[in-house]
Design a protein around this ligand. Structure first.
Ligand code: G4P
Length: 286
């Protein structure tokens, strides 16, 4: 199944962002540490020109630490880019971000000349959570429905930094279907655009290939099922996703598996590594 998802306000947001970016000193791009390439916005790269950019690898608590280290090294080879893994919910981790903003805009941060920072990121990547943690109170809406933040807001952090949020951004055409399936696996794509069964199969195939030991441990398998379909069935049995006659409910089993994966119940996983050629990956199930 092809995943398509493009809430209407996103196209308009891009025009507004291109305009407002000129008055910004530091760009914060919030990425999902589990899939930093697929959760980035390619247009932002063009729009940011030579502005300093901090790439936050958020939800680091859910990502594979070794892979995240490789992403940090990879991003920091880019001119003007600093990369910072963190969990936006952790105040202690977020504090170092403010110091970095001030460092990247040495001519600002004094009375009358605040460091103007704008936070970008696709829906559900954790922008509102980050802003709430930075602001120290609940100012941005946080929610489990992708695209919940729909209009820009400015927050004076009263420490020489003015923070602007942007409406959620996702590239208009989801032509890279591997990226779309990774986003769907992570929970970044709205449930209405999803076929849980095919996303569950994609995730099952990936986990069998990349993290078989985590599957064995979580579901107490002595032997791993030999295909994605068999894995979803075995997980469905394990989690009690049955219909009458003891038959596995594949849809419910896939949904339950994805819920566990997204919540980190299987352990810390990363869905992609730097340097992977998406075109050479396996085709997503249709
Ligand atoms: P957005 O503004 O970019 O759309 O994202 P938002 O902050 O609303 O966050 C989306 C979901 O991601 C929320 O979960 C939020 O708690 C979670 N989240 C944000 N940062 C982190 C992080 O560093 N680690 C983890 N594990 N989760 C994070 P939710 O379940 O939708 O809401 P809630 O029940 O947690 O409030």
């Amino acid at each position: 199944m092809t995943i398509r998802w493009y809430p209407g306000h996103m196209g308009k947001a891009q025009e507004q962002i291109a305009e407002s970016i000129r008055k910004i000193d530091v760009i914060i791009e919030v990425l999902d540490a589990r899939l930093p390439a697929s959760s980035s916005n390619h247009q932002l790269e063009e729009m940011r020109r030579n502005k300093p950019c901090i790439k936050i690898l958020n939800k680091n608590d859910l990502a594979d630490p070794a892979v995240t280290k490789a992403w940090v090294r990879n991003f920091e080879t880019e001119s003007g880019v600093r990369a910072l893994p963190m969990s936006a919910k952790q105040h202690s981790e977020v504090k170092q971000l403010l110091k970095l903003c001030q460092l990247l805009a040495p001519n600002r941060g004094r009375p009358g000349f605040p460091v103007r920072v704008m936070v970008f990121g696709i829906p559900n990547v954790g922008k509102s959570t980050l802003i709430n943690t930075l602001a120290g109170k609940h100012m941005a809406k946080v929610g489990d429905k992708p695209a919940i933040t729909t209009c820009a807001q400015q927050i004076d952090l009263r420490n020489g930094i003015i923070l602007s949020d942007t409406p959620g951004l996702l590239w208009p055409d989801m032509s890279d279907q591997i990226a779309a399936y990774r986003l769907a696996t992570s929970g970044a794509i709205g449930a209405s655009a999803l076929d849980y069964t095919s996303v569950g199969l994609f995730a099952a195939e990936f986990m069998l290939h990349r993290y078989p030991e985590l599957l064995k441990f979580r579901y107490k398998f002595t032997e791993l099922p030999d295909s994605a379909t068999a894995l979803i069935e075995a997980i469905g049995r394990c989690l009690g996703c049955l219909i009458s006659g003891g038959v596995i409910d594949h849809h419910r089993a896939a949904e339950a598996f994805l819920r566990e994966l997204r919540a980190g119940k299987l352990g810390r996983i990363s869905l992609e590594e730097p340097g992977e050629d998406l075109a050479r990956q396996e085709t997503p199930p249709l």
